[in-house]
Design a protein around this ligand. Sequence first.
Ligand SMILES: NC(=O)c1ccc[n+]([C@@H]2O[C@H](COP(=O)([O-])OP(=O)(O)OC[C@H]3O[C@@H](n4cnc5c(N)ncnc54)[C@H](O)[C@@H]3O)[C@@H](O)[C@H]2O)c1
Length: 383
Amino acid sequence: MPESVESVTLEACLDQTAYPIRIGSGILLEEVPALLERLTADRKVAIACDAFFLESTAQLLSDRLRKAGFTVFLHPMTGGKSNKTLEELVHLYDLMERNEFARDSSLIAVGGGVIGDTAGFAASTFLRGIHLIQVPTTVTSQIDSAIGGKVGINFNKTINAIGTYYHPRGVFIDLDFLQELPERDYIAGLAEIIKCAVICDAAFFEYLQKNAERILDRDPSALLHIYRRTIEIKLDHVRGDVQEFQQKRIRLNYGHTIGHAIELATAGREELYRHGEGVSLGMVAASFLAERLFKRDGKLRALHEAILKRYGLPIRVDLKRVGASRDEFIQRCLQHVRKDKKRQAMHVRFILPEAIGRTVVNDAVPAERIREAVAMLCEAPAP
Ligand SMILES: NC(=O)c1ccc[n+]([C@@H]2O[C@H](COP(=O)([O-])OP(=O)(O)OC[C@H]3O[C@@H](n4cnc5c(N)ncnc54)[C@H](O)[C@@H]3O)[C@@H](O)[C@H]2O)c1
């Protein structure tokens, strides 16, 4: 059957599993129950949902599943990075254990990356793995966290400290979710799309430059196009390197070394920088490092700054909002970069752009250069 403009199916073939990634509009209520019917004879399903959808999507999905003979347990969770915790995980284990879930039972995650990562980890570890279905609802989760199998939680001050790799049995990306997504979350998610273009597809980068207005207006056909291309790029990098042992998947971490450090350096009760905003700043820093190390002119960084600014993403750190002096902030970021280094066998690993569409992995960026890059993020941009 030819695919309509409103929906496409991509096949994720990773490790020894293959599963469909459906992208479309209004696809959940028919297709999720149908997948479950094909998947399992067990009738127990938990829906871990962002509380935002408790009365709407989660309720509708649960009604459909009940009508089809499933026993459904609705479990509301709260989004936001500070909720990707052991406590939330324990609540989920508790629900599944109390209700005698079996290995053939299923868990559906309806929400952003926080819900998908936490529920995904619960599904991967409960009874050593039950069926997982991802229904991502933010841009970040739709094009990134629900794809590629990384699941986990934060622990103390470490992002994604406890986790594993676990593939869902299906991913349902419903573009209708974006209607109510706050502007800030929508834009933060676009950073990962721009990142994918920078690492390997100059033509896609050009598309993003030319179609910014339509994309910012959430035009469904532009969205379908950029989602499809971003997910294809993600799958290409993950295939054959799910656990990042080659130098393939790691390229998706472009912008993440300094981006993560900024997220951590500003972590607190209030989420000062969304994940995508950290990645935006991290990409500017990486392009600065490439400029210095490869002795290039400032064109590549200017291209980064222009597109990120066009999409409303940050290209400099707002020290007033952070509530720290320049030196304090630099110090905090460098501490987090150094922590990362210990975890990566004494390397601070950077993905650096040689051009739009081409990146290299570099394990030998001098500490002084990293300091300069973070300091640059604290200065006003060129007019
Ligand atoms: N597993 C991976 O490979 C991977 C990749 C990228 C990011 N992540 C993780 O993803 C998390 C960030 O994801 P996120 O930005 O989706 O965070 P999130 O789940 O906290 O969602 C952001 C906010 O949007 C709200 N929300 C969700 N969907 C909505 C909708 N459709 N309409 C209105 N509001 C909605 C949530 O309640 C929350 O307040 C981080 O923890 C990050 O580490 C994981």
